[in-house]
Design a protein around this ligand. Structure first.
Ligand SMILES: [Fe+2]
Ligand SMILES: [Fe+2]
Length: 225
């Protein structure tokens, strides 16, 4: 059985009448939340969400999955960090690498996001809702079982595994105070994911994402990887 979502978000009645307005509203709320954060921050959540959703869509297409799957995955990935707005603005932008209580609190954004879906769409049953909720809840899980919620690889669907890769890539590509002088160019982040973080990710999907991103990089920046 394919785990990739084969309905069509763009023509499905419930997707258009319920899920699309829900997602667009959540993105607006996340943008409002971002606007309350300090000036000069680099990791802007609603922009991160857009980039991740686009890259997920592009990876699906480059793997030969259908346009429907790619589009469904775009929409399902867009609200993945919606739970961040439920936490205090002050916890997100600090000079030091977060640890202890702060780290624990930040990590609850996955469960808070799933709670938003449950509060707003609790009585709705549709495969898109299942997909979206799964990505919101599990996008920080790892194949080695060391993710936020400690799920094992068998518990992670292909869509979740892909979202986790693309989301991590984007996070590591944005300059942040605690990164110091680390190389955050596209080739360097991909290399680090392959060489130092391989156990976090689905091997085949990381390969597919790396190929898509490398091809794009070479096309836009000239060969060099
Ligand atoms: Fe997240
Ligand atoms: Fe994210």
């Amino acid at each position: 059985m394919s785990e990739w979502p084969e309905f069509d978000f763009e023509t499905d009645g419930m997707c258009q009448s319920m899920f699309k307005p829900f997602i667009l509203k959540e993105m607006d709320l996340l943008a409002e939340f971002d606007a309350q954060r300090p000036a000069g921050i680099t990791y802007i959540f609603h922009q991160h969400a857009e980039r991740v959703a686009h890259d997920v869509e592009k990876t699906c297409l480059s793997m030969g999955l259908s346009k429907n799957v790619a589009r469904n995955m775009y929409w399902a990935t867009l609200p993945h960090d919606c739970g961040k707005r439920m936490l205090p603005v002050s916890i997100w932008d600090q000079e030091d690498k977060p640890d202890g209580e702060l780290k624990r609190l930040r990590r609850t954004h996955t469960e808070l996001g799933a709670q938003i879906v449950e509060d707003e769409l609790g009585d709705v049953a549709h495969p898109f809702k299942t997909l979206m909720t799964e990505i919101i809840l599990n996008h920080h899980e790892q194949m080695d079982g060391e993710g936020y919620r400690g799920l094992s690889a068998e518990q992670l669907s292909m869509p979740v595994r892909l979202a986790a890769i693309v989301e991590a890539f984007d996070g590591w590509s944005i300059s942040r105070p605690h990164y110091g002088g680390r190389d955050i160019t596209i080739p360097a982040v991909l290399k680090r994911m392959r060489e130092e973080k391989a156990e976090h990710f689905d091997e085949k999907l990381l390969k597919a994402f790396t190929e898509m991103k490398t091809e794009e990089y070479n096309r836009l920046e000239g060969p060099g990887l």
